[in-house]
Design a protein around this ligand. Structure first.
Ligand SMILES: Nc1ncnc2c1ncn2[C@@H]1O[C@H](COP(=O)(O)OP(=O)(O)OP(=O)(O)O)[C@@H](O)[C@H]1O
Ligand SMILES: [Mg+2]
Length: 176
């Protein structure tokens, strides 16, 4: 099974940055419709959201030809927010592939530590939400992402912790 994530490195839970000066990039980790943006908005922390960047650039929810610009802008926004003095930034994206996570490796000039905020909503719930919303075509995207989910590998140096305090819900992942 690729989704839900089966990574159990929550035993490595870190209470936060090692040094007070450390910058923290909190990357949400969950399927479309799982509740990532809802959570991100509640934190009072600057949010970098590729979906919002795409909408701002094109006025469309999806427009493939400029996708490279969306992600380049997202990385620049993360760097700029840290350079502006923010200690923590949220990346509001699915982060279900290594390629996507690797786009947010730290910059040498403004290094950060990467944490995951796992949003443990099952595939079935995400599909139900998509079907009851204005974009039922998301079901196909949800199934594709869930089938091709790439669990975080130890060498990625991402810390999985309980931002938002939902660690007790990890078992929910096991439901269909
Ligand atoms: N904890 C929750 N309980 C019930 N419903 C929720 C919860 N969090 C979010 N929702 C609802 O689920 C839907 C999707 O939420 P949200 O937009 O935050 O998800 P998302 O992961 O950002 O999705 P997308 O990847 O499509 O942007 C919304 O209708 C939202 O109101
Ligand atoms: Mg969202």
């Amino acid at each position: 099974m690729k989704y839900p994530p089966t990574d159990n490195r929550e035993i490595d839970i870190d209470d936060g940055p090692h040094e007070p000066s450390d910058k923290v990039l909190i990357m949400t980790h969950g399927l479309p419709r799982s509740g990532k943006s809802t959570w991100a908005r509640e934190q009072g922390t600057p949010v970098v959201c590729p979906d919002a960047i795409r909408l701002a650039k094109t006025g469309l929810r999806w427009f493939g030809p400029i996708e490279h610009e969306v992600w380049a802008t997202a990385r620049t926004m993360v760097r700029a927010l840290f350079l502006a003095g923010h200690k923590s930034v949220i990346l509001d994206s699915t982060t279900g592939t290594r390629q996507q996570r690797d786009m947010f490796l730290p910059s040498q000039d403004v290094p950060w530590r990467r944490y995951l905020k796992v949003v443990p909503t099952t595939r079935g719930t995400c599909i139900l939400r998509a079907l009851s919303g204005p974009y039922p075509e998301l079901v196909e995207v949800i199934n594709f992402m869930a089938d091709n989910w790439e669990p975080v590998q130890p060498e990625e140096e991402v810390i999985i912790t309980n931002w938002g305090g939902n660690l007790g819900k990890f078992l929910d992942f096991m439901k269909p």
